[in-house]
Design a protein around this ligand. Structure first.
Ligand code: ZN
Length: 454
């Protein structure tokens, strides 16, 4: 059973604080030193922001500049998203593929291959998928050949949102010699597609190979997808580390949005929107960050501290949620009683799913756990057929296809993305009407901080 690591992607506003050596009541506003509010053991930085962001003129490595300790894990992303975007626009990026490799080798404990994600724009066309694969293979070959730092783990990358596309990608990249996998299935918040990426590699026997030491899920950390990743990891030997990264906590710096623990629900707002919750006198949180804030006006002020403190509090909530799930997934054989939808008492064995239901998790997340169980017993192909209603349409007719996420399927007539969306919206709406869920409107996330630009 492997535990999952949540990796905060370092936001530029944090770098900006750190380079100026700002402190708040003696704390260094980091999350990995003795002077920090709390110490987390892992962080991510994208090569693109490492080279072009705050502190680009500083001497020495990026890691040294921010004082990231040797005994903690520094995870880097390759800047593939940005390189591909520049290339499509016909612009020149100041980072060449070899620069990405060298920058990662200088800084990282775990690095990622330079993949050109096939789902860059809103419309993912098949010809773009092919182009991305061809370009990625060139980069992977370069990384394999030119690599010098073998202390650093370097991950292979899997893309594809249908079984057929995954097959095409996997066959082309599987023989490269790397140390594990990163999966880039999109949309990153879709629990089913993440489960499918996991099951694909599982079925190919990748997790039985000694060479596979790490499995990473790109750019995702939402309440509704983390349980799926935690559940998937619980099926693996603990010698394989499993992780996911996200910059969503940074919403504190951009919008002053303050997350409450995930099982409570709606957010609080500070700054311009503080009037919505101005009656509160104390922060409803005892985390190490909030414990140092006795005056709420700090969070409403114009200084950089307001957003950074809220962001660090938000990050702590993600860490907390991740840790809770990592433990709960271990308790899943004990039988207990629970009420079913008709109010009858039934015996339930799966403690993990029962917990998720109580914190109002999406229907799709629960289905993704059944999907993993079923696929392990009956195979991925059969599972895809059984759970097709919850998956991105799988029938890939290249002649008809408009794009990966939305096309007219004359074969089934029932599995278009629109129909699925309506189905799940109805399920969630029903829960809201029945008072089981408090509706939370998604706010816009900070732009351009992680690999999806979201
Ligand atoms: Zn807090």
């Amino acid at each position: 059973m492997s535990e999952v690591l949540y990796i905060p992607a370092i936001g530029e506003q944090l770098n900006s604080c750190w380079i100026r050596k700002l402190e708040f009541k003696g704390y260094d506003l980091k999350f990995f030193t003795e002077k920090s509010h709390f110490e987390h053991n892992i962080a991510l930085q994208s090569c693109f922001y490492g080279v072009n962001g705050v502190g680009k003129r500083a001497k020495g490595t990026f890691r040294d500049m921010i004082g990231f300790p040797k005994d903690k894990i520094f995870f880097t992303d390759s800047a593939g998203f940005q390189l591909a975007t520049f290339q499509i626009r016909g612009e020149i990026c100041n980072i060449k593929p070899i620069d990405s490799l060298r920058w990662q080798e200088e800084n990282a404990d775990v690095g990622v291959n330079l993949d050109y994600p096939p789902t860059l724009g809103k419309v993912a066309e098949y010809k773009h998928f092919k182009w991305s694969l061809v370009e990625s293979i060139k980069n992977f070959a370069l990384f394999q050949k030119e690599r010098k730092n073998y202390e650093m783990k370097m991950l292979n990358v899997l893309h594809g949102e249908t079984l057929e596309l995954m097959d095409e990608w996997y066959q082309a990249v599987k023989d490269f010699k790397f140390d594990g996998w990163a999966v880039g299935m999109k949309p990153p918040w879709d629990a089913m597609i993440q489960a499918m990426g996991f099951m694909y590699l599982y079925e190919k026997g990748e997790f039985e190979k000694d060479s596979t030491k790490w499995l990473h899920f790109f750019g995702t950390s939402g309440k509704h997808v983390v349980p799926t990743i935690v559940y998937a990891a619980s099926k693996l030997n603990k010698r394989i580390k499993v992780s996911y990264d996200s910059s969503s906590y940074n919403i504190g710096s951009i919008y002053r949005t303050y997350y409450l623990p995930f099982d409570i629900g709606p957010h609080l707002s500070f700054g311009d929107k503080f009037s919505l919750n101005k009656e509160i006198e104390k922060l409803p949180c005892m985390c190490p960050v909030c414990s140092t804030i006795d005056d709420l006006s700090i969070l409403n002020g114009k200084s950089i501290y307001a957003g950074v403190l809220i962001s660090l509090h938000n990050m702590y909530q993600y860490i907390h949620y991740n840790n809770v799930l990592n433990e709960l997934v271990k308790i899943k054989t004990k039988e207990h009683e629970e009420e079913d939808e008709a109010g009858r008492t039934i015996k339930v064995r799966n403690h993990f799913k029962s917990y998720l239901k109580k914190i109002n998790i999406n229907e799709k997340t629960l289905i993704s756990i059944d999907f993993i169980d079923f696929a392990m017993e009956h195979g991925l192909k059969t599972a895809i057929q059984k759970f097709h209603y919850a998956l991105i349409p799988q029938e890939l007719n290249r002649a008809e296809q408009k794009n990966i996420f939305s096309y007219n399927s004359s074969k089934t007539g029932k599995t278009t993305e629109q129909e699925q969306k309506e189905y799940f919206e109805q399920v969630e709406q029903k829960k809201i009407e029945e008072g089981k869920v408090v509706e939370v409107k998604e706010e816009k996330k900070p732009q351009g901080l992680d690999r999806w630009g979201i």
